[in-house]
Design a protein around this ligand. Sequence first.
Ligand code: DPP
Ligand code: ZN
Length: 895
Amino acid sequence: TVTFYRKDYKTPNHRIVKTDLVFELNPSRTKVKSRLQFEAWDAQVNDLAALELDGEALELESVTLNGRQLSNTEYLQTDTSLTIPHAGRHGVLELTVYNQPDQNTRLEGLYVSNGNFFTQCEAQGFRRITYFPDRPDVLSKFTVTLIANKASHPVTLSNGNLLEARDLDDGLHLSRWEDPFPKPAYLFALVGGNFVCQEETITKGNGQTALLQVWVEPGNLDKTDFAMQSLKRSIEWDRQRFGLDLDLDRFMIVATADFNMGAMENKGLNIFNTKFVFANPQLATDVDFENVESVVGHEYFHNWTGNRVTCQDWFQLSLKEGLTVFRDQEFSADMLAHGLSPEQAASARAVKRIDDVKVLRAAQFPEDAGPMAHPIRPDSYQEINNFYTVTVYEKGAEVIRMQHTLLGEALFQRGMQIYFERHDGQAATCEQFVSAMETALQESNPGLNLQQFRHWYSQAGTPEVHASWAHDVSLGELTLILKQRCAPTPGQASKPAFHIPIRLGFVDQQGCDQALLLKGDATALRGDVLNLTQTEQRFVFTGLRTPVVPSLLRGFSAPVNLRTSHSSADLIFLAAHDNDPFNRWDAGQQVYAKAVQEVLKRQGDTHGEAVQAALEVFGNLLNDHRLSDGYLAIALQLPGEGALFEQQEGLVDPVALHMARCALRDRISAQFQGELMALYKARYKPGEAYAYTTVAAGERALKNLCLSYLVAGAEPEDLALAQQQYAECNNMTDRVAALSALVYNGPANTPELAHYYQLFGHEALAIDKWFMLQATVPASNTDVDTLAQVKTLLKHPAFTLKNPNRARSLLGAFAMQNPSVFHQHSGQGYALWADLVIELNGINPQVAARMARALDRWTKLVTPLQVHARQALERIHGTSQLSPDVREVIGKALA
Ligand code: DPP
Ligand code: ZN
């Protein structure tokens, strides 16, 4: 096992000034000729320095240095590298290599999907195409010539501008591309195959035009419109909000069904998983629409944050990813709020924020508490592909968001400007980003700095903040005591205090926010943001001569676990009256979570005080007619099993936890049946044409949430509601909601499943949903043996582990989205998982390693489950030919 360390960063001996590539595209054996013009990195590099290239799984035919072909004693070739000793301070290296796209099931480098050629080079795929210094700090200007069979592969694309396209002899054709911007190899892309496109010409800020294209396989042009609209909105938004315009004459998106990730920001030629391009009302749910818009935005925003300024090394990944996620979150929020009244807009933004925080709590907090915990800027890795994580991405975005909170929009934008002034065209570091923000901060606040804030980049783990207070109403003084601690994480036993921005308010009994007046050191409070910088800190607020309830960490102003001394009555009050919609939601979640824990303790009995409190919160929300449907839908949802698992003290039995949550859900459903039915009926409009708008999507979300409560008792007349909705719906959102209501609560093999399959048998993404639904039937549905069902589905003709979306829809869904079945006490869930991880390891290590993370938190399971879990983990670990990807994940879980 090799471990790579951030501290070992060294500049290379040479830069590659210019790269010319010629591809003869052939599925079984593609020839790649390269001409690399190299130069010494700096004055320290002498004539004797070696030119070092990376390369894997390549067949090397010839090596030519400055026009002279080298014999194989004049270079050093290993399984992973090619070294030319004494290459000189500058020169030209020419290589001819072959690779095998149709044997490439890893989907890294050049591969074939449905007969078409695609590339995926981030992080280290380019080295599987040809030998090259495959590191992000080597930026080169590329020209690319593509030669392919015209009949089978009529469309060939690469980065940048098309210089030339012509036919050759023997049924071949050629296209030649030039990318005007120097880029690292991970941003290289080519595509070759049979495609059609939707295209549009737009005018850029400088008055010049640009051609936008969305390329798909024939038969899919009815699914590209929304992606094209999203791309145009992204371009417009980046110009308006960040002052960043499109720098290209041509910007292309190409969709493929076989893709490891969501999408990839290759310069001018984004390659997308079809899942994040295809969208029309028949095939895509409201959530799919929202995801398409956010991923199209994300990849487009990388054009500046990632491509114009890239990363020095892969330890800096969050420099581009955290920042770009922050940008896509803001983009989505602005789009969701667009055109709404101020009140509705605030509500739409809050729902988006809540969605993002739910992901953070359900996925990132566990990562930070488990064996793979790492700072957003990791110090080491064994396999970089394992570090495209929720920590680097989503927590990384929170760290950017905190800087935005500390600086405010204007200074943050000033910081972005400084960042681009300093680093445009370069490979930069996280430190350089913070330093640019710090300069912006100090331009108007000379006394402030981000010194302590930098710990967020170097320290892993979710800090815990404890808040308590004492309020002397007669004196008008409220003393708030905040304490922070952060549990040890691998390699980090103790950590200095974080700089934590805490947005807050004091809500009086009328539901109004009281003014914030801090006694003493005024710099600790800026606006409504309190700066917690010490392990324990005491703040005295004055002028509070009436009882108030503190509302802390508003908008989730920092990625921490907040523990407060709120009473149950306080939380019920906040859930009904907090002016901060995020905290209002969160107060409700805390009440629900306490109720689940109480039901668990009382072994299913739902007549305790905490359940009473949950019913009160739920009822208050139902009666608040000012709330938007979208907000109400999210506020009436109980916390997910993942979040509940993390919050529970001590060891957890996920099956018992699931049953407790179900019992609470059923109690709520019984108690509010009339109200839920009325809400459902009022929003049941099967004849209405589908439109993807914030308001309409919110209405559907609320209606379908009500449905999920109503069918929870599995009474035939309630299931009939779902059957009717399924039969009458005209869009995927309502269809999947109805189908899941039936599949999760009704008998096995509901006829709607077969109907759905018939309707969508030819639509891969719809079939993914079909597999996913059946893999996620919970243990509470005693009519279904989900484990047996999954085993049967593995043999279904439409199932294959080779397609990542399909693998995720069955194995991923079962192991990561169905805790009550996966963690069944027999251990059979783990055994099946281990079999499949081992099989997938031989096909696609990157995806296998993702699936291998399902037991990250096994040491938090009750003891009998730990025994089974260890056995399954050890079985994987003992497999021969384990990829470094899976080995790292399993090795760390067992460490
Ligand atoms: N495709 C991944 C993303 O955009 C990696 N860059 O986040
Ligand atoms: Zn990204």
